[in-house]
Design a protein. Sequence first.
Length: 262
Amino acid sequence: MKKLQYSTLMFLSFLTLAIGVIGNGGRAISLETPTPSLRRITVAEATGKTGSTPTLYLVPGYGLNISFIPTGEIIEKVWLDNPQFITLDVDGCLAGLSRQACPQPGATVVHLRRIEELDIPGLPRTNSTLLTVITASRTGRRVYTFRLSKGSGMPQYHTVEIIASAEVALARQTSFVSLTSSGGDWQTIENGVRVAVERRLLRHGSPLWYRIENFLQQLKSGISTIEAANLSGISVELVGKLQELGARQQPINNSSPSLPQS
């Protein structure tokens, strides 16, 4: 009896698999989760403020991009300590990388490739090396470091985005609308602050209120929303809520949740 039940179970499993393949146009349905092609690293991590240097793995046949576009920074200089198994390029013109003079030096993306190991006199053979990137923005200059290591198999990601710490919340909020200092965006947020104070969601003169006011001043001066939020110590979630209040101006009942206090 048990043997018959086992045979029946195996037959049903095979039938289910066959139906799945036929229903998918003859293509086998993979149950594996697709490998993400994007990795996000915060400014704090890449500048060593968290106590560890991010490790990036390079595998043969695949390149790796390090993008500073989300932070709005411009790359001024890059150093690769051991170029034996890595080539480096950028999307702009940098002194030391370009054979010609750079009329407008600067870049925003670093492209790395794994190559067959070269024999360079004076350099020991290693399985990893250090990449240093010097950037500049309106708020100053930064030094980023990455540990580049040899990898194998399929890469886990093709692009690494450097994001401000406040943008971690943004990565989890797919419905958030990006803001800029142009147009009426800052006015919408400013109106949201007024509405929040009127509805007693925010207290005028509180520490949070002053941080929001500082954020608005940064935004009006032309700094990006993410950078302004990071500099002012408020979350992107809070910015989105203020934008929502300023745009809708609808009454909020007593059961409505309060503003994120950050």
